[in-house]
Design a protein around this ligand. Structure first.
Ligand code: ATP
Ligand code: MG
Length: 411
């Protein structure tokens, strides 16, 4: 077999690319832990109904992007296109609906059959946070603050705008839907084919259309503000008040509806100008009906997901390559001592490596190639005296050090 390449839309992460990726995930994980979130890992494939039920059967994800197949037993399974549905399914499957709130962090691969381009892949990765079981607007503001803190810790917050909106409660949405139907029906013939379908099945979705034919009518569409009930408005006011207390800057964007069916009240996106059309890095909202869709009791929830690849692309400073210490035995007799030194360093938390073959010169070349910061040369003459030569590979300075002092000298 020749010329085997990764499948279109998938990527290998190696070297700096993986370091960027891991830095994003590690930073998010640490920040989420500070907010009291615990990490869950759910399967990367689920019963197709988990997604078909929750995402809505008119969403782009369900109609065009899912990797769905019958397994060998004939069951329909789907590679997860997102993880909120899986987390809610897991909450119900594991009998946790009475142990609320649950504050969940996750990180892992997602799969969507999309046209690949920069920042858009068929296997991509998300980090995400879900706060399940809290109906108060404080929860919405807190998960948004967590997202903002992660972007800040990554150094990308400065190029980012948080856009928020409300989709209101059921009553507000019904009134708004009627207003949208009236508006778009007047322009029905000019709408894209997809949007004509949405008009019948889920008119709110038209606002999420990326089709140019729809843009002028989206621009003139009514906004939800005029249709909010008093309680939905009060909820939204509280979210904004809490965001200000958390010192998270935001702008309001009445066009944000989110692509999936399960949202109500708060919807938000963190957008950057640095990634062209792939500008949304982190997105989420409130999904009070979702746990019930999964067979649980009515349970409020709010959360977000962010694309790890998009965040990785934005990192200003790629994390630097690791710099090990190279242990270099010279001669057979020195090897036993060298291996013991090697393990002592590693167990003390110092990144240490040994060359596998070659004389001193060859092994020094290898050490430089591995970007070692220092070399510890263990020669036969030194072995008997319990010392080694420590060479700083940046300055070239070399000195004799007792083996007992090595760890202290290298930390
Ligand atoms: P877009 O409008 O860019 O298609 P989306 O609304 O489909 O995004 P969500 O379902 O909200 O995206 O997913 C949350 C985040 O996951 C996005 O903001 C983005 O950072 C990332 N993401 C979504 N799809 C992809 C993809 N195909 N490749 C890489 N990252 C993605
Ligand atoms: Mg999409």
């Amino acid at each position: 077999m020749t010329d085997l390449q990764p499948v279109r839309g998938t990527r290998d992460l190696i070297g700096e690319e993986h370091r960027r990726f891991a830095h994003v995930v590690d930073t998010a994980r640490r920040t989420a832990a500070g907010y009291g979130f615990e990490e869950w890992a759910t399967p990367i494939f689920e019963d197709t109904r988990v997604f078909a039920r929750s995402l809505g059967d008119t969403s782009d994800v369900v109609t065009k992007e899912m990797y769905t197949f019958a397994d060998r037993g004939g069951d329909s399974v789907t590679l997860r296109p997102e993880n909120t549905a899986g987390i809610c399914r897991a909450l119900v499957s594991n009998g946790l609906t009475q142990s609320l709130p649950q504050k969940v962090f996750y990180a892992g691969p997602m799969f969507r059959y999309e046209r690949p381009q920069k920042g858009r892949y068929r296997q991509f990765h998300q980090i995400g946070a879900e706060l399940i079981g809290v109906a108060e607007p404080l929860a919405d503001a807190e998960v948004i603050a967590l997202g903002w803190d992660i972007l800040t810790a990554l150094g990308v917050a400065k190029d980012t705008v948080l856009e928020i909106n409300t989709l209101g409660d059921r009553e507000s949405r019904d009134a708004y839907r009627a207003a949208l139907v009236a508006h778009f029906t007047a322009h029905r013939e000019a709408l894209s084919e997809d949007s004509r379908t949405r008009l019948e099945r889920n008119p709110l979705r038209i606002l999420d259309s990326k089709d140019h034919a729809d843009k002028p009518f989206i621009a003139t569409a009514p906004t939800i503000g005029d249709h909010l009930t008093d309680s939905a408005r009060a909820f939204y006011d509280k979210v904004r008040e809490h965001l200000a207390r958390f010192a998270v800057p935001f702008v309001e964007n009445p066009r944000i509806v989110r692509g999936l069916d399960y949202y109500n009240h708060t919807a938000f996106e963190f957008v950057t100008t640095a990634l062209g059309a792939q500008g949304t890095m982190m997105a989420g909202g409130r999904y009070d009906g979702l746990v019930e869709e999964m067979g649980g009791p009515p349970t409020p929830g709010v959360g977000w997901a962010a694309g790890v690849e998009r965040l990785s692309l934005l990192l200003a400073e790629p994390p630097s390559a690791p710099q090990p210490v190279a242990v270099i035995p010279v001669g057979e007799a020195a090897e036993a001592v060298a291996l013991s030194v090697l393990q002592t360093l590693r167990h003390a938390g110092i990144r240490a490596e040994i060359g596998y073959r070659g004389n001193l010169k060859r092994r020094m070349e290898q050490a430089n190639k591995r970007r070692a910061r220092a070399a510890i040369i263990v020669g036969e003459a030194e072995v008997g005296r319990g010392v080694a030569q420590l060479k700083d590979l940046a300055s070239g300075e070399q000195s004799e050090v007792s083996l007992a002092e090595l760890v202290a000298r290298l930390t």
